[in-house]
Design a protein around this ligand. Sequence first.
Ligand code: SAM
Length: 301
Amino acid sequence: MYHFGDQICLFYLFFFSESSMFVSRRRWILKTCGTTTPLQCLEPLLEMAEKIAGYTDVEELFYSRKNYKRPELQVSPHRAFDEEVALLDSFFDDGRAYCLGSVNRDCWFLYTLSRGGEALQRHFGTLIQQRPVAAIAPPDPDQTIEILMTEMDPQVMAIFTKEDSMNAKEATEKSGIQNILPGMKIDDYLFAPCGYSMNGISKNGYYMTIHITPEREFSYVSFESNVAATNYGDLIARVIETFQPGKFIVTLFANKSSPAFAAARELDRAEEIGEWQRRDIQYCRFQSYDLTYAQYCKFPS
Ligand SMILES: C[S@@+](CC[C@H](N)C(=O)[O-])C[C@H]1O[C@@H](n2cnc3c(N)ncnc32)[C@H](O)[C@@H]1O
């Protein structure tokens, strides 16, 4: 993390696809679900960040989501990715929009901007006597893994109903969620009649979050964490063994300082993970991050 005395004017924004909020000193992560409109909060959020914390610029932004099953049920600006991009472009003149995966099947949309320290330099130019920011400090290690699962096993999904589990704690234990990343302090919630969300944080600053929609017609589970690893094979295997999806997407972001920077190669070698076979893999190199996208199906499929 860059730190120039008490003057910190830039922060990082991440938007994902369920309902959680993580706030740290310079990072704000929001996940929403259903027909909520997360991008509508951009204007008040940017105003609030300046007013309360003195942040005047965004150093990095990641807005991502899987393709919707029923986009026509969404509310503007979330009916189409083009619409979301137009809104984001009205705030940021240097954002980039991507679609990874198969546009006629499973895909994943990403809008990102990464100023690679330029914004920092602009703000702190005089303070750091025009020296490149990179010469002062390399970025902190940073990585994010997401696993987005669909076509879930109905027996596993039954755990996340009030019929099968008395409360969230019982669902967490019965499903084995507490063994995915042991040692996390967990805050979990079981909805009535069904549905489950959990947020976990560890003492060393890692988080994990899981959101579960058990309804058979549109079952969906998302997992996300910033835990550092050089190989995510074991973690992915634990997640998919726990939830038994028919299909899943993995996305992995890692910056150059992160031990996960090499993990893309491990994913490249993982043509099969247990009973799941890879159907797609793509890599992107952004200014500060490498991104790996992979899609797997349970075979035969
Ligand atoms: C995992 S929750 C989504 C996350 C949730 N919005 C949160 O705040 O953590 C989605 C599942 O919960 C169920 N659910 C039940 N009551 C809900 C409510 N009041 N809001 C959102 N989802 C609800 C949905 O039917 C679906 O299966």
